[in-house]
Design a protein. Structure first.
Length: 150
């Protein structure tokens, strides 16, 4: 592991701890003495996402994060909760042990989790995911959320 500060190749592991789905390693550079943290994840079989138009592309966690963060923008939701939800969704996807997962299945998982987290974030995500064509569709979804609250 190269030091991110001086690019030296000599680093030693000071501490290792299990983290969720990874191993956290505290390292120290043998040359400059600075410390840094790395996370190691187990590499699994590459997962392919089947898009609506039948294209296939490799699963990309950052796309999942981007969509969820966009729907949670300016909402009073702690980042730790959002990251925990992303981890849960990813675990569910990977737990299927399938080589291909439809994007619709990922979208449904996200909606299910957002529904339990924040109504506004849920409606924001649903409006993009379900491709609301007009205001009536948007209002129907909001009515569903309102009925669920009562």
């Amino acid at each position: 592991m190269k030091c991110p500060f001086c690019s030296a190749a000599d680093t030693k592991v000071i501490d290792s701890r299990p983290a969720e789905n990874s191993i956290r390693r505290r390292r120290q550079c043998e040359v400059c003495g600075k410390r840094f943290t790395t996370y190691e994840k187990v590499e699994t079989i590459p997962l392919m996402v089947v898009k609506k138009d039948d294209r296939r592309e490799p699963y990309d966690r950052s796309k999942l994060e981007e969509g969820i963060l966009r729907s949670c923008h300016k909402r009073p939701i702690p980042v730790s909760e959002i990251n925990g939800m992303i981890d849960e969704i990813e675990n569910e996807i990977m737990g299927r042990e399938e080589k291909e997962v439809p994007s619709s299945a990922i979208g449904e998982l996200v909606m299910e989790h957002l529904q339990n987290l924040d109504d506004v974030a849920y409606v924001r995500f649903a409006s993009v995911y379900k491709e609301f064509k007009d205001v009536d569709t948007f209002l129907r979804e909001i009515e569903k959320v309102a009925k669920r609250k009562n």
